[in-house]
Design a protein around this ligand. Structure first.
Ligand code: BG6
Ligand code: MG
Length: 227
């Protein structure tokens, strides 16, 4: 394996509650029922597709112009709340794990549906660590379409089969398999079996990757201090 492509939300840090708070304000203003369970369905889903899921509970149809206005308003609220993201927002050990992968000459990228991915990475203090960021800007198709990961692999100059994708959403795991990549699932209580391997938390992938590299003769035992 030469490259690891990380999803962002739910893999490196969580912005779930910030998305929820912004969508909740929109839904309340429109008188639409919205709760945490519906919010779970928005994981990995693009902004406009997320709005369509929320509008399933609306008692009237919304025009395309209204939908664009609502999505823009939600994004303004969400972007304002992103000032709360800082290096402490990362899941524990994340930055250290990324540095160790780089030390082992593994290229790393982000593959996120979010158009705000760069701002989040910058605020978390890890933007500069990534060799490539594939984000929601310019994407034509949401996960489970593999587009975001194919762009990441191309940006890293890696073959698809050389990439591991790390994902917390089923749609992302399906996208990774469709891209011909290895899929690592994070934090699933009931793994569906789509992923090649499942881990409790993202930093657990480090040992698995280093062991695979030792087995494959890519690095020798001396580098096992990377664990
Ligand atoms: C994903 C989130 O990372 O980005 C989704 O999991 C979100 O919940 C999507 O809808 C799009 O984000 P943004 O920042 O472009 O609105
Ligand atoms: Mg995610």
């Amino acid at each position: 394996m030469k490259a690891v492509i990380f999803d962002l939300d739910g893999v490196l840090l969580s912005t779930d509650m910030l998305h929820y708070a912004a969508w909740k304000q929109i839904a309340d203003e429109e008188g639409i029922y919205f709760d945490q369970k519906i919010n779970d369905r928005l994981r990995g889903v693009s902004r406009m597709d997320s709005l369509d899921i929320i509008l399933e509970n609306a008692d009237r149809k919304y025009s395309d112009e209204e939908k664009i206005d609502l999505a823009e308003k939600k994004n303004r609220l969400y972007v304002d709340s992103l000032t709360a993201i800082n290096p402490e927002s990362l899941y524990p050990g994340t930055k250290d794990m990324l540095c160790k992968l780089k030390k082992a000459c593994i290229r790393i990228a982000v593959g996120s549906s979010s158009k705000n991915a760069r701002m989040i990475l910058k605020n978390a203090g890890i933007l500069g660590l990534f060799d490539f960021v594939s984000d929601g800007n310019g994407l034509c198709r949401s996960k489970p379409d593999p587009e975001v990961f194919l762009k990441a692999a191309a940006g890293l100059n890696a073959d698809n089969a050389e990439c591991i994708v790390v994902e917390d959403a089923e749609a992302g795991l399906i996208a990774a398999k469709r891209a011909g990549m290895t899929a690592y699932g994070i934090g699933f209580e009931n793994p569906s079996g789509v992923a090649d391997k499942y881990f409790g938390k993202t930093t657990d992938i480090l040992s698995a990757i280093i062991e695979d590299m030792i087995l494959g003769g890519v690095i020798n035992e001396q580098k096992s201090d990377l664990h």
